[in-house]
Design a protein around this ligand. Structure first.
Ligand code: NI
Length: 253
């Protein structure tokens, strides 16, 4: 059930049976020559929607304006400061808490969201009995097995074939164009060192990755892969959400 498409009496009735809510978080940023600007938001939103259907959960509107300063060298990217995003998340959760929601499950699609989401979560856990769980849709083993089987090391780090595949299955397939040939492979350890999207300033980032792909061979994506990834991620999130909302134990802070 979507919060934005529910009425207040429907939300009140939902709160009578559950205090959990799923919140998708993405980005609005370049995703290489054949990836849509809204890729991260689309992936998070569709995985969240699929999981919520399976789990009978409420889904909040997607957080699509988030920090992505390193991609401002590419047209279409919108970035907000980390502190602003963290504050926004805190205020959103505070509003939801007023109504009785107290189990907040983020489905994330953008590495740079993780640090501010974790900080906002720490603030929330200090209040009352509320709890927060943050999972990126690629965190789950069955999803990773597919990514690895389809793309191996060409999954890379940004404009990944798996995220492009999901948007192909939900929206459209853009001709590969400049992305038809593989990008420069990343040096060993690059993905780990830059986890959470720790990239340099926009001009430097564009010089280093001129077409926007960061080690990802986006053109390997197919809509069929996307549909399978989406279904697998939604099932994994639904199961994890059910455990999160059923259990009385809180996440370690
Ligand atoms: Ni992305």
């Amino acid at each position: 059930m979507r919060l934005d498409l529910a009425t207040w009496p429907e939300v009140e009735a939902y709160l009578g049976r559950s205090r959990g809510i799923v919140i998708p978080a993405g980005s609005t940023e370049q995703h290489g020559p054949m990836g849509l600007i809204g890729t991260d938001a689309i992936c998070a939103e569709r995985v969240a929607a699929g999981a919520a259907d399976l789990a009978g959960a409420m889904v909040a509107p997607t957080l699509a304006y988030t920090p992505a300063p390193f991609n401002l060298g590419f047209p279409g990217t919108v970035s907000v400061p980390e502190a602003l995003f963290e504050h926004l998340v805190d205020e959103i959760l505070s509003s939801l808490e007023v109504h009785g929601f107290d189990r907040f499950y983020f489905v994330n699609g953008h590495g740079a969201n993780l640090a501010p989401l974790e900080r906002a979560a720490a603030t929330v856990r200090e209040r009352a009995s509320a709890d927060v769980r943050i999972r990126s849709w690629w965190d789950f083993e069955p999803v990773n097995a597919l990514r690895s089987a389809y793309y191996g090391d060409w999954e890379g780090m940004h404009a990944t074939p798996s995220e492009v595949a999901i948007t192909q299955s939900t929206h459209r397939t853009v001709p590969a164009g400049l992305a038809v040939s593989p990008p420069e492979p990343l040096p060993p350890g690059y993905v780990e060192r830059h986890a959470g999207d720790r990239h340099g300033p926009p001009d430097e980032h564009r010089r280093r990755f001129p077409d926007g792909r960061v080690g990802s061979h986006s053109a390997l994506a197919t809509p069929e892969h996307g549909a399978a990834l989406l279904e697998t991620a939604a099932a994994a999130v639904a199961e994890d959400y059910a455990a999160f909302t059923a259990g009385g134990s809180r996440e370690p802070a």
